[in-house]
Design a protein around this ligand. Structure first.
Ligand code: BES
Ligand code: MN
Ligand code: ZN
Length: 510
């Protein structure tokens, strides 16, 4: 097995395109581009840029790419990839991030190892945001999901890269570094989510989490099945009963000396290393994809690693309950009643609704450890995929200001998300004859009843649930997104922590 990603060296560059020395220049091209800020490009291409525009081959349509030689004048670099950037007035850092990915992927296919991404002048993207987005994009392009392949050519990587920005300064350098860490940690989360269930068992997942935490200087504790039992986490233990593999609960701590006083972020991630559905077993079609049912847990672990590396001045605890969901002889069954660590009792209707069970105990523990603001990340429901599709994460929670804080962070992160209602009216669907409530509410509003289940375990803390069932795994190939694990959530959680550090608790309340 080879490594799934490589971290490229990324430097800032301020020169005009003509003076940049690299294997491939990646240049955004706008619709109706006047090239006033890059006047020598057409000549360098020997007029190919104007000819391609006349042919309709270089319209500026987003992510449409055209490779051209740039050796006709005194440019130091021989080739450029011109990538459609849409309208200049609508240009955002997210476009630039994706253009950097397009460029990085193109370079790797042609075995070019040195890439420079150009931030064009005259857009509303600040140099800081541009530097961060380019660094993120170049890292994200340096990921290869086929890490178990032993035949064929070995993968080529971007080894060295540059971000060509209009201005320099400490803030820009910091942003470049931030983008680098966020890109690398997104790739680490993709790597974990991509690992097959036979290799990433709960015990192995916990070991990997421990190693990642130690590398980043985080506090880490791994609770085994005895310690989980001592905490009376009946829901986590219930799900784990069907498997030969024992469960784990990973606790990560970021406790910097200069932290803002009032806030302790509590991040909880679903860590189901494989979800068969248990006794309520899933159909065979696409069951293989259920190896990624720990993507939320991976996002929490990798976000905390980034938060520690970036020394974000806010306290954070991360909780990841880890188990398989298997239909073994001792498995929990429909009709069983489980007692949660919080003391509430749950009648199991469907053992495939296991994520909410382990998260309920995890959310309770985050509160026990002093969290003041909760976020959970989980591949929780197929219903969320029906509602929002494969590109948008569902947000659920209260108060609305806290959910909005998460949404805003996700915009900056380039993780699309949208709020969904969690009206109490839906709670009737979770009524049980025998226990406090059931673990499923039927087909209608399935993503919402799942969120309402979680809400039973957050007391009255601000809480936001991110349902990443649709967004954790990409099915369609896009110019900026290969098939496979996406690393969704990592950058959103880190951006949120950065916000929390500057706002203080006051602004995080309703
Ligand atoms: N891990 C699944 C959710 C899922 C489904 C993620 C499809 C990605 C793609 C979760 O544990 C699950 O099985 N949910 C059930 C809940 C139902 C039984 C109430 C679902 O969505 O079908
Ligand atoms: Mn399930
Ligand atoms: Zn699941």
């Amino acid at each position: 097995m080879h490594t799934a990603y490589r971290s490229p060296a990324i430097a800032l560059a301020l020169q005009p395109c003509a003076d940049l020395q690299t294997d491939l220049l990646v240049i955004p091209v706008f619709i109706d581009d006047d090239f006033n800020d890059e006047r020598t490009l057409d000549a360098a291409s020997g007029g190919e840029v104007s000819r391609a525009r006349a042919r309709g081959e270089l319209t500026g349509k987003l992510y449409e790419a055209l490779a051209t030689a740039t050796s006709s004048s005194n440019w130091k670099t021989a080739r450029a990839l011109l990538v459609g950037a849409g309208n200049r007035k609508d240009f955002t850092a997210e476009h630039l991030r994706r253009i950097a990915i397009v460029g990085g992927l193109h370079a790797r296919l042609r075995r070019l190892t040195h890439v420079t991404v150009v931030d064009r002048a005259g857009t509303s993207v600040t140099p800081e945001r541009a530097a961060q987005a380019i660094a993120e994009g170049l890292c994200l392009a340096n990921y290869d999901g086929a890490s178990y392949r032993t035949v064929g050519q070995p993968t080529s990587w971007v080894e060295q890269a540059q971000a060509r920005i209009s201005s320099d300064g400490p803030a820009v350098r910091e942003a470049l570094e931030r983008g680098h860490v966020l890109g690398d940690m997104s790739n680490e989360a993709r790597t974990l989510a991509n690992l097959p269930g036979n290799d990433l068992t709960p015990r192995v997942f916990a070991e990997r989490a421990q190693a990642i935490a130690k590398d980043a200087g985080l506090g880490v504790e791994v609770l085994d099945e005895q310690k989980i039992a001592a905490l009376k986490m009946g829901m986590l233990l219930g799900v784990a009963r069907g498997s030969q593999e024992p469960p784990r609960l990973v606790v990560l701590r970021h406790d910097p000396p200069n932290a803002v006083k009032e806030v302790v972020l509590g991040l909880v991630g679903k860590g189901i290393t494989f979800d068969t559905g248990g006794i309520s077993i899933k159909p065979a079609d696409n069951m293989d994809k259920m190896k990624d049912d720990m993507s939320g847990g991976a996002a929490v672990i990798c976000a905390m690693s980034a938060i520690a590396r970036l020394k974000v001045p806010v306290r954070v605890v991360g909780i990841v309950p880890m188990t398989e969901n298997m239909p073994g002889g001792k498995a929990f069954k429909p009709g069983d009643v489980l007692i949660s660590a919080a003391g509430k009792t749950v009648e199991i209707i469907n053992t495939d609704a296991e994520g909410r069970l382990i998260l309920g105990d995890g959310l309770w523990y985050a509160r026990e450890l002093g969290a003041t603001h909760l976020i959970d990340v989980a591949t929780l429901t197929g219903a969320c995929v029906v509602a929002l599709g494969k590109s948008t994460t569902g947000l659920f929670g209260s108060p609305a200001t806290w959910v909005e804080a998460v949404r805003r962070a996700s915009v900056r992160a380039g993780d699309r998300s949208w709020p969904m209602p969690v009206f109490d009216d839906y709670k009737d669907q979770l009524k049980s004859e025998i226990a406090d409530f059931t673990n499923t509410g039927g087909r209608p509003a399935g993503a919402i009843t799942a969120a309402l289940f979680l809400k039973e375990f957050v007391a009255d803390l601000p809480w936001c649930h991110m349902d990443i069932a649709g967004t954790a795994w990409a099915e369609d190939v896009k110019p900026y997104q290969p098939k496979g694990a996406t690393g969704v959530g990592v950058r959103t959680l880190v951006e949120l922590a950065l916000d929390a550090a500057t706002w203080g608790a006051q602004n995080l309340k309703d």
